[in-house]
Write a new protein. Structure first.
Length: 327
């Protein structure tokens, strides 16, 4: 009866770019990477969730990332360097493709005007948690052959190529802060996949099995240094994610309070909130209603009473004219 667990040799064949099949695997990798980057860039520009998901399925970056993890566990230095270089080169190509496609678009592709960008430039701790969970599933699917069908779901759950194309698009638009946020999301996902993969492989004793199966008398690789390095990287990545989470939480609290104050203030005047924008340090609230324009002095006083500085809030008042036809 065939075992449901993959052997170290089978896992190596799944993720390493070596041996007689290497040329074909390199060709497939670069073809899929370029196509996925084009699809992701076009999906982001068009603000199309379906296209971005399609790019996630096609994206081949998960393979060399898992190869980096497996090479670390097995102590295979040559495949470790090869996999790392492939990840870096692939990420660079995806960013360049995003930048080039951004040059063909009229207008800036930034978070203020595009929901696909907005969802990838402010990573939080919850994104790290999702990446850790996804990394566990991907690593288990690599070890256990009976659940390898989950890999397409892992490809969708983990965001690799879309954030890289967002980096290119926002760089071309001059939004350096947003580009840094998208790059942080990518790095977070990569670190999480490698870290959780090492834990899963150690749990299944993959490094021990590889040492037993070796014919050259090699000893099993020590995971002490990689674990220390990855733990440090998780801490380093977690710091900006924590700051972003705190900032987003603070903005949500302020936004909720401002909306409550404005709703109470505008009840009698007939003006209603039409839109809210908090992508910058100021909260911009757009209201629509009949003339005359409402008095804002009472609103300022109400904001101060709630502990909110009026200077942080900008009102955009849009008069609405209603004309009854046929009367």
């Amino acid at each position: 009866m065939e075992s449901r667990f993959a052997t170290p040799v089978q896992m190596r064949e799944s993720v390493f770019f070596d041996g007689p099949e290497a040329p074909a695997r390199y060709s497939r990798f670069w073809m899929l990477l370029v196509l996925s980057a084009i699809i992701a860039s076009a999906g982001v520009v068009a603000d199309s969730t379906a296209a971005v998901i399609g790019a996630m399925i096609v994206a081949p970056l998960l393979g060399p990332i898992q190869g980096t993890m497996l090479a670390t566990v097995l102590g295979d230095r040559s495949n470790l360097v090869r996999s790392l270089l492939l990840v870096v080169a692939g990420a660079t190509v995806a960013i360049v493709i995003g930048y080039l496609i951004g040059m063909t678009v009229s207008g800036d592709v930034i978070a203020a005007t595009n929901s696909q960008v907005a969802g990838r430039v402010s990573p939080r701790l919850i994104d790290l948690l999702a990446a850790l969970g996804t990394g566990v599933v991907g690593s288990v699917a690599l070890v256990r052959r009976d659940i390898s069908d989950t890999l397409p779901g892992v490809a969708i759950a983990i965001s690799l190529v879309p954030p890289l194309t967002v980096v290119g698009l926002t760089l071309e638009s001059g939004a350096l802060g947003e580009a840094a946020g998208a790059l942080l999301l990518f790095v977070t996902n990569v670190v999480a996949i490698i870290a959780t993969g090492i834990v899963v492989m150690s749990f299944y004793g993959v490094n021990k099995l590889a040492a037993v199966a070796a014919t050259d008398g090699s000893r099993r690789a020590s995971l002490r240094k990689p674990v220390i390095l990855l733990t440090s990287m998780l801490i380093i990545v977690g710091l900006p994610l924590s700051l972003t989470s705190i900032e987003i939480g603070s903005k949500s609290i302020i936004e909720r309070a401002v909306v409550e104050v404005i709703d109470e203030w505008s009840d009698d005047s007939g003006w209603t909130i039409r839109g809210i924008d908090y992508t910058t340090f100021e909260l911009t609230v757009t209201l629509g209603g009949p003339l005359p324009l409402p008095d804002t002095d009472a609103l300022e006083a109400a904001l101060v009473e709630r502990g909110i500085e009026p200077e942080l809030v900008t009102l955009v008042l849009v008069p609405v004219y209603e004309v009854e036809l046929g009367g």
